[in-house]
Design a protein around this ligand. Structure first.
Ligand code: AMP
Length: 128
């Protein structure tokens, strides 16, 4: 499913279910502001998702509505997860898809962390 515009938060989305523990995940981090777990369909040797605990649809929603504490806590968690995964020496990429052109599929804000190999082009060539 592609997301268009800024829809209201859907509490039945898959990451909301992971947050509530209704479906399993390979969780590697959990604090007051963020949870991190391995992506179910990894695109790199290391592919982890970091999500805020709050109900935000996308980065647009999070950056506009989250409190300073939530924003700081979330981004500190992204850095800590990458550090704890041992990615700092080799490097890594963080990425967040937003909305239809961004290719966002899950409507709960998340940041991808990719590492463990040369990740390649910053943005792939346009499709078609
Ligand atoms: P995005 O296109 O940025 O919305 O990416 C959504 C990501 O969520 C994809 O990389 C999926 O592989 C991943 N994903 C979907 N369902 C699950 C799940 N149950 N557990 C872990 N990752 C998931």
């Amino acid at each position: 499913m592609r997301i268009t515009g800024l829809p209201p938060y859907d509490p039945t989305n898959v990451f909301a279910k992971i947050l509530r523990g209704e479906i399993p995940s390979k969780r590697i981090h959990d604090d007051a502001f963020a949870v991190a777990f391995h992506d179910i369909n990894p695109q790199a040797p290391v592919h982890v998702l970091v999500i805020p605990k709050g109900a935000y649809v996308s980065h647009a929603d999070f950056s506009a509505k989250a409190s300073d504490a939530e924003i700081a806590g979330f981004w500190r968690a992204v850095g800590k997860v990458a550090r704890d995964l041992g990615l700092e020496s080799g490097g890594y990429r963080i990425l967040s898809n937003m909305g239809e052109d961004g290719g966002q599929e899950v409507p709960h804000f998340h940041v991808h962390i990719f590492g463990g190999r040369r990740i390649g082009r910053m943005v792939p060539r346009a499709e078609g």
